[in-house]
Design a protein. Structure first.
Length: 279
């Protein structure tokens, strides 16, 4: 494993925000989302990054290891980092069951406690996109990657299903803190190119889709995400004292899934696959 440094301090005004994010992702059962709904995304990212035996990999916003575990299965030396220890614990347990050796570290992608230029690949699968400050996140991803190394990101697009789910929930959610940016912006190729600027080359940005056939109808989708997905749980928690708002959001989320073809065999959830090499 690479050497590691003490994590950079978080600004005082961000301490409460990061604690809130940590608690949000600990709600429900995100590992169920990772294994039952989006399991195929991790291998897509691993393949796109060319990860294999001998590759050193840092997975930021790793969650329970949706991409870190496939990278380890491919023979890489992997460190999985995430803000939420409960998710890391779930990933560690799965790694132990499979006999995979990974490093697991609680870390904030905006203030990574790793040395400069210390990994061949720095990647994130629908994880780093949820950090509130996009430029700080991109800066840390670049810093951790060695010159010539690969940066790989897989992010939900604004116009795709998950982007539209966040747009549906937005009127019911508390206002975001000043300076926080919407997660689905990471699914806009122009936005991501701007964040990395001339620090990367050989950029490949393609919009792809994930076929999701886990749900029979809109109500099943809604109820699953209400029980498992931290951001959805947090929004419902914020409106719990207003039954009319709860009923309205219930109807809107179910309707979104219905419009997206949940009864037609599979919904297609759109994402941006972005890879580049650090200059």
């Amino acid at each position: 494993m690479t050497s590691e440094k003490t994590a950079a301090p978080v600004a005082p005004e961000d301490v409460a925000l990061k604690a809130k994010h940590r608690a949000m992702w600990a709600m429900g059962d995100y590992p169920a989302v990772a294994t039952e709904v989006i399991a195929s995304l991790g291998p897509v990212l691993v393949d796109a990054c060319g990860i294999g035996p001998g590759t050193t990999v840092l997975d930021v916003g790793a969650g329970s290891g949706n991409a870190a575990l496939p990278a380890a299965r491919a023979g890489a030396t992997v460190t999985a980092s995430d803000l939420t220890p409960e998710l890391l614990d779930a990933g560690r347990q799965e790694a132990d069951r499979e006999g995979l050796a990974l490093g697991w570290r609680e870390d904030d992608v905006e203030h990574l406690g790793v040395d400069d230029a210390s990994y061949d690949v720095v990647m994130s699968c629908v994880g780093a996109m949820f950090a509130p400050h996009h430029q700080e996140t991109a800066d840390e991803i670049v810093r951790a990657c060695r010159p010539g190394g690969t940066i790989g990101l897989l992010s939900w697009t604004p116009q795709g299903f998950i982007g539209q789910m966040f747009a549906t929930m937005k009127p019911y959610a508390p206002p975001p803190p000043p300076g926080a940016q919407p997660p689905p912006l990471w699914g806009d190729a122009d936005h991501v190119r701007t964040l990395f600027g001339d620090r990367v080359e050989d950029v490949q940005a393609t919009v792809q889709t994930l076929a999701v056939d886990r749900f029979a109808d809109g109500e099943e989708f809604r109820d699953f995400f209400k029980a498992t997905y931290g951001p959805t749980i947090a929004v419902y928690k914020a409106i719990a004292d207003d039954p009319e708002k709860v009923a309205a959001l219930d109807a809107e989320l179910a309707a979104l899934a219905e419009r997206s073809g949940v009864r037609d065999g599979a919904m297609l959830w759109e994402y941006l696959l972005f890879t580049a090499h650090r200059v």
